[in-house]
Write a protein that binds this ligand. Structure first.
Ligand SMILES: [Cu+2]
Length: 134
């Protein structure tokens, strides 16, 4: 098993409007994302966290070929070697919807849900703003 710790921060603290100033809830959210075997799909494709949470994502590649996971807004791009698990740590400092996708060309194939390809490996992290700044 290969374990890689990555880290991403959206923006620097200064120059941000009040509503975007980093906050911390002190909550560590452990999430698991699986690249399902021969399915060209991340599971789950959508998940929600609260702004200020620290996210520890365990990302499992069930396939015997490489994938990747990239979250552009967070500056994250990690290779997911075949049959391995990586861990990514990130701080959800800004609210919004942040797409993630497979960043390593991984082919295509027929699945029980139809034909799927590398480009179907997409999802969204939603960061909810629960903190009032008045
Ligand atoms: Cu891919």
């Amino acid at each position: 098993m290969v374990v890689i710790i990555g880290s991403g921060v959206f923006y620097r603290n200064f120059l941000l409007p009040e509503s975007s100033v980093p906050v911390s809830t002190g909550v560590i959210r452990e999430i698991t994302i699986i690249a399902k075997k021969d399915d060209w799909r991340f599971i789950p494709e959508i998940f929600e966290v609260d702004r200020g949470d620290t996210i520890i994502a365990t990302v499992i590649n069930e396939d015997s070929y490489d994938h990747g996971i990239a979250i552009d807004a967070l500056g994250i791009s990690q290779r997911m070697p075949a049959n391995s698990t990586i861990r990514i740590k990130l701080d959800a400092t800004q609210a919004g919807d942040f797409p993630f996708y497979c960043s390593v060309p991984c082919g295509e194939g027929d699945t029980p849900m139809g034909h799927r390809t590398h480009f179907d490996m997409i999802g969204t992290i939603t960061v909810k703003d629960l903190v009032k700044t008045e």
